[in-house]
Design a protein around this ligand. Structure first.
Ligand SMILES: C[S@@+](CC[C@H](N)C(=O)[O-])C[C@H]1O[C@@H](n2cnc3c(N)ncnc32)[C@H](O)[C@@H]1O
Length: 264
């Protein structure tokens, strides 16, 4: 891992650890929700995409799984062995707790910076999953896609649901404004914290996020042995970033779903 990546990811992960108790308090009903064995937190189009590829008995890894509720949803759909990876120890603890409440004992969780994963997970999974809010934390998109690909067995599938890259041009507000170049590659420094549920301000640690264009994402995948199988741009809010744009007359896409297969 380069010193540059280490600088950013260590701060980002500390920031997620810091907000974890706040998110846990805000999401207090989860302890009840996940005890329903049909619990499903997935967005509708991503849920359909997962069904299209099928999960039954498949080994699944979720990259940057946060509190594990999306992985739990996939497990509830009949997945086999599951692994959730996240750099935040505090969120991994929440994930372990929620999976236990759900009675899903065969979901493993690993706390690791995605750029420093142990070799034991290499080429182990039928399916790798990324749900909304991950790419923006990655200082090195090329290396990130290589890691995603390395987790898959040949012929395996990577499914991704993300904020649409065009949202990188917008600043939140009422209404959101176009303030940035689509081609901006400078890190965004933020000290407002990560309470994106209630937007409560607190004396937060700094974190850094990154804009990756569609070209960056697609070209990184191509050079990581991933073949694009599916793409769908979404009209509706999936990540609560500039959510009001869904109802704007000149509405941009808000989300994007992508599927790749690992070339054997
Ligand atoms: C917005 S959350 C992802 C939420 C996801 N949609 C879910 O609920 O499963 C982003 C997550 O990425 C994790 N993360 C950010 N940078 C990371 C890194 N370099 N390695 C591992 N995890 C990282 C954070 O700890 C956080 O839990």
């Amino acid at each position: 891992m380069s010193d540059r990546s280490e600088f950013y990811t260590s701060r980002t992960i500390a920031s997620w650890d810091e907000v974890a108790p706040r998110h846990e308090k805000i999401n207090s009903t989860l302890v009840c929700d996940v005890s329903n064995h049909k619990y499903n937190n997935l967005n509708p189009d991503f849920n359909d995409l997962i069904d299209k590829y099928g999960v039954h008995n498949k080994s699944v890894v979720q990259i940057c799984c946060n509190n594990g509720i999306d992985l739990l949803s996939i497990k509830n759909k009949g997945a086999g062995q599951c692994l959730g990876i996240d750099g935040s120890e505090a969120f991994i603890k929440q994930a372990v707790k929620l999976a236990k409440i759900a009675g899903q004992n065969d979901i493993e969780f690993c706390c690791s910076d995605i750029y420093k994963l142990p070799d034991r997970f290499l080429s182990s999974f039928d399916l790798a999953v990324i749900t909304v809010g991950v790419l923006g934390w990655m200082p090195d998109i090329q290396r990130f896609m290589e890691v995603c690909s390395s987790l898959l067995m040949p012929g395996g599938t990577l499914l991704m649901e993300e904020l649409h890259p065009i949202l990188g041009m917008y600043e939140e507000g009422n209404p959101p404004s176009i303030d940035y170049s689509y081609f901006n590659s400078e890190p965004f420094k933020d000290t407002n914290g990560l309470d994106y549920f209630t937007f409560e301000k607190y004396d937060a640690k700094e974190n850094y996020s990154f804009h990756h264009s569609l070209t960056d994402i697609l070209m990184s995948a191509i050079s990581s042995n991933l073949q694009l199988d599916h793409v769908n741009e979404l009209k509706y809010n999936i990540g609560n970033y500039c959510a009001d744009l869904e109802f704007a007359h000149n509405n941009p896409p808000l989300g994007i779903n992508l599927a790749w297969s690992k070339i054997a």
